[in-house]
Design a protein. Structure first.
Length: 169
């Protein structure tokens, strides 16, 4: 159902002769399409989501911050965090208005903070499990590659610090 709605809406936003009976602008229709795509990523697996949203970004020169954020959100919901980060970074370097930049910057900051928070919660749970379970570290050497040595959290914190230092005053 959502997939079909997204496909039809994608056809309408790309049809230059289409006029909404409800008086909606093309930009409003693009935003509706973005909402469907980002909130229902499994329903639109067969659609070229990246190409569709980037097409909308190319059509509009300002107020594209939400389109960039929608594309990044799509990748976040698919679990492709590095791809989402790349989209945020590309959006920040290509937008032309302060409003769009601020929207993308704030979304990226929130994304990074949520990853750090989740990582810290997981580490706290792991420490509790080790204390209760009496983990002696004897895994026979089979799990050493999969074990998290904690450096990931340091990397995430450094990435967030670097991001906040880059924000223009």
């Amino acid at each position: 159902m959502w997939g079909e709605a997204a496909r039809r809406l994608a056809m309408l936003v790309n049809d230059d002769s289409f006029r909404s009976l409800a008086g909606k602008t093309k930009h409003q229709l693009w935003l509706e399409l973005c909402d469907i795509i980002t909130k229902q990523p499994d329903a639109v697996k067969d659609m070229p989501v990246d190409a569709i949203l980037r097409g909308g970004i190319r059509k509009f020169t300002d107020e594209v911050g939400r389109l960039w954020c929608s594309l990044a959100d799509y990748y976040i919901r698919r679990g492709l965090f590095e791809r989402a980060r790349d989209v945020y970074e590309q959006g920040m370097t290509t937008v032309v208005t302060v409003r769009d930049f601020s929207m993308i910057f704030d979304a990226l900051t929130q994304f990074e903070e949520s990853l750090i928070s989740a990582k810290m919660e997981n580490e706290a749970e792991d420490m509790e499990a080790d204390e209760v379970g009496g983990d002696d570290g004897a895994d026979g050497g089979t799990d050493w590659l999969l074990k998290d040595d904690g450096k990931d959290l340091d990397l995430r914190l450094a990435r967030l610090e670097w991001l906040t230092e880059r924000r223009p005053a």
